[in-house]
Every structure is written in structure tokens, then in C-alpha cells.
Design a protein around this ligand. Structure first.
Ligand code: GLU
Length: 548
């Protein structure tokens, strides 16, 4: 077969050569050990935790090593493309500190290795496609959908493996006359790879996350170019990662089964194989078994979820770090105030099997993150969130910012800050009661207490209550109310023998708490009363008295 003739027949308009491209996209001049990696999303409009995990990994390994992180848009599947998806993706990742040095941006391409959108690179792919044909490593296939289904039906009947390979690859060794007449008849063709692999053979490969792998060789003549001349992911990524001088390909391990084919492609194209990091999936517990997080079943898979719930981006970032690098939590404990970007991230610490996503743990991490913020920061971040997701709440909290900042200052700043808020949507339940519009009696008094006793306690408190008192005086007065009404003021004595008492000073406090905050749990009562002020506290206790 005259492959040169065939190549000219298939690609009459390709005039560029590989050498032109190699010269146009020179090797990068970077320090020894600097990694070049990328995010290569398809513009589907759905940004999820998997993107964050991938982006964080590629961003960290590149920026920690003084390398380059770039964004390439893999839009070869026009059917899945959603308009405006890329600016959304770029914005969402930026929130999480994942930035690109190069690639497609909201304002066009930045960098000399572009275009960074695969749909703009057809002429580049065709140069290499033509070369593969010239070398007899690729050929056109004119099979129609029906013919491919027929092949499949026959394979099913023969219990053979499915796919286009070996004797089933009916265009693999067709004569140039057949090919020419198909072209002349205007038949559509795809370009297929001529695989010389054999499934009896194994290849050895070391993935930086998965470790040493033994994979079955690929024997399929996979499609390189679709009938519209657009490449498949496989072919496009090989050409792009070569010309963009990628050193590390970081991607989900759903691509692992295609790796033998990719390795064949790099070899056929004469490209150096990049290092691969295949990331295991994010999983969650479903009953007693684990399963992959799913777009359909798990709202928490989407990044928008975290925005809506009001998770600070740092919390999500720190949590993802926690599940990706097992030593992150120890590092955080030792460096509570350090910038998270100073953590020495390592792909070697990533679990090859993937990570378990645990919502409760995320909430915990987030409570820690928020507990380290100043009251001013909490105020700013919370009100910004509330403006978008709970306007009435935002209006209440912004009406008097000094008042609201006092609320957020409760229990903050000390060695052991309180950890009440994990998401901005928790603020309403935690502190909404400070505002009459959100105040309601949510919890009732436990049945075990006599209403008359509760009333006596509340009245006793009102008799001596004075907001000018310091915390000790205030509490001494509560203890005195306890003593005067048959409740133990000495917790030790009460614990040793509760029988002579109606309850303890803790119950007295609880009576006040429910009256003033509407709930059995609340921030520190002394602070609450200081912030609410004498009149409001008295009003609420009087209202409770009237209702008993
Ligand atoms: N477009 C591919 C995906 O979204 C990218 C895989 C890669 O990073 O190479 O899965």
C-alpha cells in the first residue's frame, strides 16, 4: 500500500509538518523538577468535587515545584457543551485558590502553547493524523452505524469480545482502490489507529498515584478522528499534552482502562510519555457499603452546593486536603494559623483507591476554620452569603453592624474558641433569636419541672437583674435565685445527692435560656444578655411568664 498516497488522499490540505509544530511550541525553560500540568475539563457546565480534587492536585504539584499550571478546554464533544460553562468553571476554581498561569481565560487565550480549546486545534491534529497514515499506523474506516451494529451482533453470536479489532476490523487492510472509490462515492470515514497490540501481552507501567501496574495491551483499532475531522479525547490529549509540554497528566482513574491505548499512541507518535497520576474516585458511605459520589444522587457532589449552604471556600479546600493527604490534619494542628498553601502537598500521600467523603467531618473542619476567623470576618462573610441566599436574615444582621459583630464575637478569640457555626446557613438557628423577627420559642421546658417553680425562678431573676453587673456578680445572683427556690447552687453537692433539690443551677440557667433565646442550646447567656440589653431580656422573660 502506498501510505503516502493514502495520506494525501485523506488530508489534501495539510501542509504543516511536525517540525513546524515542534518549533512553534518549544520546550519550556523551567528549573529542574518543575512540573507542567493542566486541568482539561469538558465544558458541561457542571463543576463538581472531582474537578476540585483534580484541580487542587495539578495546581499544587505545579506551583509547589515552580512549574506551570494551565487550562485546556476539551470541547470535542459538541453535544455536551454548555454555553458559558468555562467562565463559570474558572470563577469557581478561583474561589478555591486554583488559578492558571496559562490557557483559556474569560478574556481569551494566555500563553504561547495555544489555542487552548480543542475545537480550535483541528489543523494541528490533522498534521499528526496525516503522519500516522503515512507511516501505516492509521487508516480510514467507512463503516456505517448499521455495519458496526452488525459486527457487534456477530461478535455476540460468536461470544467474541466486542469492538473493532483483528478480523472484525474490516477496513484495516482494504485496498487503496476500495478506499478511493468509497471516498469518491462521498462515504463518510473515521480515522482509526492500527493497533499492533495483543491481549495476551501485559505491559508494566508505574502511575505516580496507583503505583506499579500491570495492564493488558490494547488490541482495538480505536477511532482517532471522527467523521467531522474532530479528534477523540485519546488522540487529542496525546497531541496536546505533547505540544503543550505537559510533564504530568493528572486525571480521574476512569481513564485508566484507556491507558494502554494512550501509551501505544505516544509511542506511535514518537512522543515522550508524560508522568500519569490517576486519581481514585470520591466515595461515600451508603448504608454499610461505599459507592462513588454521583451527580444524580448526591447534591453535595456539585460545587454550587457548598456556596448555597454557605461553606466558606477555605473549609471545603481544607477538607479536600484532609482527605487527599493523610498528614494534613496533623500539620494543621501544629500550624493552626498557617496559610494552607504552605502545606507541603504530596501526591505520594494520596490513596490509590480513592477517598471517602464524610459530610460530618467536613462540617467539623469547617467549624474549626470558622472558629479561627475574627468576628469582623465572620460578619462580612456571613452577610455576603445571606444577601444572596437569605435576604431577610441579611437585612436583620446588617441593620446594625456593631450589634451583629458583638454576636459573632461571643466565644471567639480565646485559646478554645467556640465551634458553633460550620455553614453560614447555621447562623439563623444559632443567633437568629437576637432579632425579634426570628425569635420564637422553639423548645419547651422539660415536663419534669413544675410551672410554679419556673415562674418563681424567672421572677426571682428579674428582681435582681442588672446589666451593669460583671459576669461573676451576675452568676452569683443566679445562684442566689437557685438557693432561694430549692435548686442546688453547688453542682458538686447536687451531683453527690440530688434528692433534696428540685434541680440545680444548671436548670435555673436553662429556664432563663429558653425564655430569652427560645432554645435549650444557645451561646453564652451572660454575653447574650449583655448584647440584648436589659429591656429586651426583661420583655422576653415577662412574655414567658405570661405564657406559663
Ligand atoms: N476532558 C477529560 C475529562 O474531563 C480530561 C481528562 C484529562 O485530564 O486528560 O475527563
Amino acid at each position: 500500500m502506498d501510505f503516502k498516497y493514502l495520506a494525501d488522499l485523506l488530508f489534501p490540505n495539510v501542509t504543516m509538518t511536525r517540525d513546524d509544530l515542534e518549533a512553534k511550541y518549544p520546550m519550556r525553560e523551567l528549573p529542574e523538577g518543575a512540573a507542567v500540568s493542566r486541568m482539561a475539563p469538558s465544558p458541561t457546565g457542571f463543576v463538581h468535587l472531582g474537578n476540585l480534587v483534580q484541580g487542587l492536585t495539578s495546581e499544587r504539584i505545579t506551583h509547589q515545584s515552580g512549574g506551570v499550571h494551565f487550562l485546556r478546554v476539551e470541547d470535542t464533544d459538541a453535544k455536551r457543551e454548555v454555553q458559558g460553562a468555562i467562565p463559570i468553571l474558572i470563577e469557581s476554581l478561583k474561589h478555591y485558590g486554583i488559578e492558571f498561569d496559562e490557557g483559556e481565560t474569560a478574556d481569551g487565550d494566555v500563553g504561547i502553547y495555544g489555542p487552548y480549546r480543542q475545537s480550535h486545534r483541528a489543523d494541528i491534529y490533522h498534521v499528526f493524523a496525516k503522519e500516522l497514515v503515512e507511516q501505516g499506523k492509521a487508516y480510514p474506516c467507512f463503516c456505517t452505524e448499521e455495519e458496526l451494529s452488525d459486527i457487534r451482533a456477530k461478535q455476540e453470536a460468536e461470544k467474541a469480545n466486542f469492538g473493532y479489532f483483528g478480523k472484525w476490523a474490516v477496513w484495516r487492510d482494504r485496498s487503496i482502490e476500495d478506499i478511493k472509490s468509497a471516498i469518491d462515492a462521498g462515504q463518510k470515514w473515521v480515522l482509526r489507529f492500527r493497533s499492533d497490540g495483543n491481549i495476551e501481552n501485559k505491559i508494566k507501567f508505574t502511575d505516580l498515584i496507583k503505583g506499579k501496574l500491570e495492564l493488558t495491551e490494547n488490541d482495538m483499532d480505536h477511532v482517532l478522528l471522527k467523521s467531522d475531522g474532530i479528534p477523540t479525547y485519546h488522540f487529542a490529549h496525546a497531541v496536546d499534552d505533547h505540544l503543550m509540554r505537559t510533564t504530568h497528566v493528572v486525571r480521574g482513574d476512569e481513564w485508566l482502562p484507556s491507558l494502554p491505548f494512550h501509551l501505544q499512541l505516544f509511542s506511535a507518535l514518537g512522543f515522550k510519555v508524560p508522568k500519569y497520576l490517576h486519581i481514585g474516585p470520591l466515595m461515600k458511605m451508603d448504608g454499610t457499603s461505599k459507592r462513588k459520589l454521583s451527580k444524580r444522587k448526591d447534591p453535595e457532589f456539585a460545587l454550587t452546593y457548598y456556596k448555597e449552604e454557605g461553606f466558606p471556600t477555605e473549609s471545603v479546600y481544607e477538607y479536600i486536603m484532609t482527605i487527599l493527604n493523610s498528614n494534613f490534619e496533623d500539620w494543621r494542628r501544629a500550624n493552626p494559623d498557617a496559610d494552607v498553601q504552605t502545606f507541603p502537598f504530596s501526591y505520594k500521600k494520596m490513596n490509590p483507591a480513592g477517598s471517602l467523603f464524610d459530610y460530618a467531618k467536613l462540617l467539623d473542619v469547617s467549624k474549626n476554620v470558622i472558629s479561627r476567623m475574627t468576628a469582623d470576618a465572620v460578619y462580612d462573610r456571613f452577610t455576603k452569603w445571606a444577601e444572596e441566599f437569605d435576604k431577610p436574615l441579611a437585612d436583620a444582621f446588617t441593620a446594625d453592624s456593631e450589634f451583629s459583630k458583638k454576636i459573632f464575637a461571643i466565644g471567639r478569640g480565646g485559646k478554645k474558641p467556640r465551634k458553633d457555626i460550620g455553614r453560614w446557613c447555621d447562623v439563623k438557628a444559632y443567633a437568629g433569636f437576637f432579632f425579634d423577627s426570628f425569635f420564637e420559642i422553639k423548645d419547651s421546658y422539660p415536663e419534669a419541672f413544675d410551672k410554679a417553680d419556673i415562674k418563681a425562678v424567672l421572677n426571682g431573676f428579674l428582681d435582681s437583674f442588672n446589666t451593669a453587673d460583671d459576669q461573676n456578680t451576675w452568676f452569683d445572683k443566679i445562684k442566689a435565685v437557685a438557693d432561694a427556690n430549692g435548686f442546688a447552687s453547688d453542682m458538686k453537692a447536687y451531683k453527690a445527692d440530688p434528692t433534696p433539690y428540685k434541680g440545680s443551677v444548671a436548670d435555673v440557667s436553662m429556664f432563663l435560656r429558653v425564655a430569652v433565646t427560645g432554645s435549650l442550646n444557645s451561646p453564652d447567656m451572660y454575653s447574650v444578655m449583655q448584647i440584648l440589653g436589659e429591656n429586651k431580656v426583661r420583655d422576653r422573660i415577662n412574655a414567658m411568664l405570661a405564657s406559663l
